[in-house]
Ligand binder design. Structure first.
Ligand code: C5P
Length: 232
């Protein structure tokens, strides 16, 4: 691997959306429940981490992107699969980055056969169960198991910095990357992103605004800031 700031470090990244099966041919995804994810930001983070010499494991939901050369891919579909992979890999990670758009809910039951519509039914009622918050669980691992640096993402449409600060504290993260998704041409599906980076310091939070820029460039900055938080 190339020599860089991350040589000898293992960076584990979750990326892309999850899919929650309703039946053998249908699924729910975060698209219907709240937002959508192309996986571009997570894959850009993986590429940036590799550039810095890290060993990279990319836990990814279904996306139309190829795994950056040199990364170890762990392909998952559902939040439950992503959760299991994340908790299995987290104890070995120096930096854990949760960039996936995890579906907030899954179906209470998955039908064994395709759900049939009938002439009598104009409505379909689904019971949904909340999925585990993967990054919160990783951040809550006991010291010996917890990655020293845990980074989350937040997509907000207003009061970006304030909501991000709340999420940083509530999820016990070390850093959060918050983007304003109300701006056209930025964020979901786009190649560009603008963001607030917020991280903890002994004397409180530090924040840094990143103007609109290619996700590849923002990814390099996120990786640099995350590495800087590693204990010496
Ligand atoms: O709470 P919210 O979905 O806004 O938080 C976003 C952050 O939490 C992202 O880092 C995302 O990857 C992570 N997350 C998670 N598991 C969930 C929901 C969100 O890891 N079930």
């Amino acid at each position: 691997p190339p020599a860089g700031a991350a040589t000898g470090k293992h960076i584990v990244i979750t990326a892309g959306p999850t899919r929650e099966a309703l039946d053998p041919v249908r699924y729910l995804t975060k698209h219907v429940l709240s937002n959508k994810s192309s996986g571009k930001m997570g894959y850009a983070l993986a590429a940036a981490a590799l550039e810095q010499g890290a060993r990279v494991t990319l836990i990814s939901g279904p996306v139309a992107l190829s795994t950056p050369f040199g990364a170890e891919a762990v392909a998952v579909e559902s939040a439950a699969e992503m959760h299991a992979a994340a908790l299995r890999l987290a104890p070995d990670a120096d930096v854990f980055i949760g960039c996936a758009a995890v579906s907030d809910y899954r179906a209470a039951e998955t039908a064994a056969h395709k759900l049939k519509k009938t002439d009598n039914d104009d409505t379909l009622t689904l019971t949904l169960i909340k999925n585990p918050d993967i990054i919160s669980e990783v951040a809550a691992l006991e010291t010996a198991q917890r990655p020293p640096v845990v980074v989350g993402f937040a997509a907000e449409t207003r009061d970006v910095e304030r909501y991000a600060a709340g999420k940083l504290a509530r999820k016990a993260l070390d850093m959060i990357v918050a983007n304003d998704v109300s701006t056209a041409g930025l964020g979901f599906g786009s190649d560009d992103n603008a963001a607030w980076l917020l991280w903890r310091t002994p004397s409180g939070n530090t924040s840094e605004h990143q103007p609109p820029q290619p996700k590849t460039r923002l990814a390099r900055t996120v990786i640099q800031r995350a590495l800087a938080l590693l204990p010496a």
